[in-house]
Design a protein. Structure first.
Length: 123
């Protein structure tokens, strides 16, 4: 009975460890990451639906709940950002941010990025 309980506890710990470390790996952004920093103009011209992209610029306008206008030196695109990504951080139209998200190209709609991560870039 004790051996069975010990095996069950060890299996639970292993599952927990895999879950914790697996999630940490999925968050890595850096050298070797497939979503390279790009521009709005490049995204609008070349990005495919569901492609992951990384952009650096400013949120220049709130369009409606969780929808914003994102602008860099090359253009403007709509982005959807869940409120939870702001982490109680105040962001103005002057704040430089980096967004990482999924390109959404739907028929009869203008392209939009579904933001998965928002990072404030320190000057």
């Amino acid at each position: 009975m004790m051996k069975a309980l010990t095996k069950l506890i060890l299996a639970g710990c292993a599952t927990l460890a895999i879950g914790v470390f697996g999630n940490a790996h999925a968050q890595y952004i850096g050298p070797g990451d497939s979503a390279n920093l790009t521009t709005v103009a490049q995204v609008l011209k070349n990005a495919a639906d569901d492609q992951m992209v990384t952009l650096r610029g400013k949120l220049t306008k709130k369009l409606r709940k969780e929808h914003y206008e994102f602008t860099d030196n090359t253009g403007t695109i709509r982005v959807e950002i869940d409120d939870r990504h702001f982490y109680n951080t105040k962001i103005t139209d002057k704040t430089v941010v980096e967004i990482y998200g999924e390109m959404e190209k739907e028929f009869m709609k203008s392209p939009e990025i579904d933001v998965k991560r928002l990072t404030v870039i320190q000057p």
